[in-house]
Design a protein around this ligand. Sequence first.
Ligand SMILES: NC(=O)c1ccc[n+]([C@@H]2O[C@H](COP(=O)([O-])OP(=O)(O)OC[C@H]3O[C@@H](n4cnc5c(N)ncnc54)[C@H](O)[C@@H]3O)[C@@H](O)[C@H]2O)c1
Length: 323
Amino acid sequence: MTAAKKRVLVTGGAGFIGSHITEAYLAKGHEVWVVDDLSSGRRANLPADATFVEMDIRDGDGIRNLFREVRFDLVNHHAAQLDVRVSVADPAKDASINIMGLLNLTESAIEVGTSRFVFVSSGGVIYGEPEQIPTDETAPKAPLSPYGVTKLSGEFYLNYYRQVRGLDYVALRYSNVYGPRQDPYGEAGVVAIFCTRLLLDQPLTVFGDGAQTRDYVYVGDVVAANMLVSELDLADDNELDSRAFNVGTGVGTSVVGLADAIQGVSGTSPGCKHEKERPGELRHSTLNTEKIRAYGWAPAHSLEQGLHATYTHIANQRAGAPE
Ligand SMILES: NC(=O)c1ccc[n+]([C@@H]2O[C@H](COP(=O)([O-])OP(=O)(O)OC[C@H]3O[C@@H](n4cnc5c(N)ncnc54)[C@H](O)[C@@H]3O)[C@@H](O)[C@H]2O)c1
């Protein structure tokens, strides 16, 4: 352990990415609390050494009381409404979780003197259909969904809180994260969905021509980025983008290329079936990650390594083997 022991709150810690983050803070010797309402997270994802509080981040009194009781040094905020289609169908619900939930946390963090707030934004949605690929942090922001708007708004709120109310924060703008524990039934986890279909020996569904590109980053590398920015000393600068870091690989992979790579890892090849393009889907998204690399972070997993770990995990889970 290098850093002093801290009281850390991970929101969304029963979810895919948040559960890995929780494990990493525990491994560093910190005391970790998880707040999660289990709307998509699972108890089984929670490490035994974390203190679990089943709570909705929209419960302002509950959040305030928890902060007063524990006085968190560090908050890592992963809980969110993250389904683009839900945000389109019900923007008020999206805003109530992603904005009002965030404000409950920031107000309480200020009250108890939390020294850093790590906020998870999305490099896949806040830049819209980017002109420049790979896209760096200073690119124009043009979210095309209520989810993109609430993620970007979260950054603006935190920038306000830092400048005016003194709450220190860092925003991480993830590309497409994949790895063990990703929900194979949601809309976002194409890697988990493909792995599951291969295990059922079913063809992989590709929407449109499959030439759309995404930047697939392994969850272990995302965890390393979180650990880095939890401790990083940053310049006193009020620009929105100065507190934000893209987290991705910088490499675009087409959906068809991903399908080939996963079939290679699995050793099966049921092939792809093409379905109609989904309206509103971005054509290309790949992040420039030079900024965070300058602080010593780099993805440590190749796509093949990450896919292998994910496929093996899902196969073991389906076979009922321990994770
Ligand atoms: N998966 C990706 O590729 C990706 C990309 C960009 C950003 N993100 C962001 O990363 C974060 C984690 O996403 P994930 O992929 O691990 O999804 P996930 O659904 O596995 O995790 C979200 C967690 O938040 C919890 N949660 C949701 N609403 C809540 C509420 N109102 N109160 C308390 N808990 C609540 C869920 O139960 C779940 O455990 C989100 O903020 C998401 O926007 C993810």
